[in-house]
Design a binder for this molecule. Structure first.
Ligand code: AMP
Length: 194
């Protein structure tokens, strides 16, 4: 089963690529950042907690993130679509949890796409996104620094974990979105033909 993880720092284009790939491959998208922001806009009981963590650029506690991911997999059970993760996992604990969860669903991760983008380009993109989307976590230099730090310390080690399993593919995320999606499609199509 084709199940993909999009890995990359804040501003690397995971969300944009997820949208493009869902259209082409009929993926069931699991975007944890979007699911968390929905807790705020839909005024769920988790709103205050989520707001506090997102506003500080910190990772939301696993107890909630895991619950949201489990719910998504249950929702997809009747559809059985291939999965596209964007923004999850972000730590080794989350990667281990996801492996166990997928085993319970008789499936596993097939490929992990790492979007490579230079620090300067990321900062520029986040600044632009702050103006266009008005995300509070993009508007403050300190919050951006925190998120970049978390990425380097906690998320990047996951790349080694998947590399050791021969599942990691690096894509130049500094290209325009259409070029990036083409590069990802090549990887996916090669995997499908295997
Ligand atoms: P994103 O939309 O992926 O940039 O995520 C926005 C924010 O949501 C992050 O800065 C975190 O506060 C929270 N978040 C997203 N993904 C995760 C995750 N895997 N674990 C914990 N918190 C997350």
């Amino acid at each position: 089963m084709l199940n993909i993880i999009l890995l990359g720092p804040p501003g690397s284009g995971k969300g944009t690529q997820a949208e493009l790939l869902v259209k082409k491959y009929n993926f069931f998208p699991i975007s944890l950042g979007a699911l968390l922001r929905k807790q705020i806009t839909e005024n769920t009981p988790h709103k205050a907690l989520v707001q506090e963590y997102i506003d500080n650029g910190q990772l939301v506690p696993d107890s909630l993130s895991f619950q949201l991911v489990v719910n998504q997999l249950v929702q997809n059970q009747s559809q059985g679509k291939p999965l596209l993760f964007d923004g999850f996992p972000r730590t080794m604990d989350q990667a281990a949890f996801l492996d166990g969860l997928l085993i319970k669903h008789n499936t596993k991760i097939s490929s992990v796409i790492l979007l490579d983008v230079s620090h300067e380009t990321l900062l520029q993109r986040l600044k632009d996104r702050a103006t266009i989307q008005g995300r509070s976590d993009d508007q403050d230099d300190q919050k951006i620094t925190t998120r970049m730090h978390i990425y380097a310390e906690q998320t990047l080690p996951i790349a080694n974990y998947y590399q050791a399993q021969h599942k990691l593919y690096r894509v130049d995320g500094a290209q325009n979105p259409e070029q990036v999606v083409k590069a990802i499609e090549k990887i996916i199509d090669r995997w499908i033909k295997k």
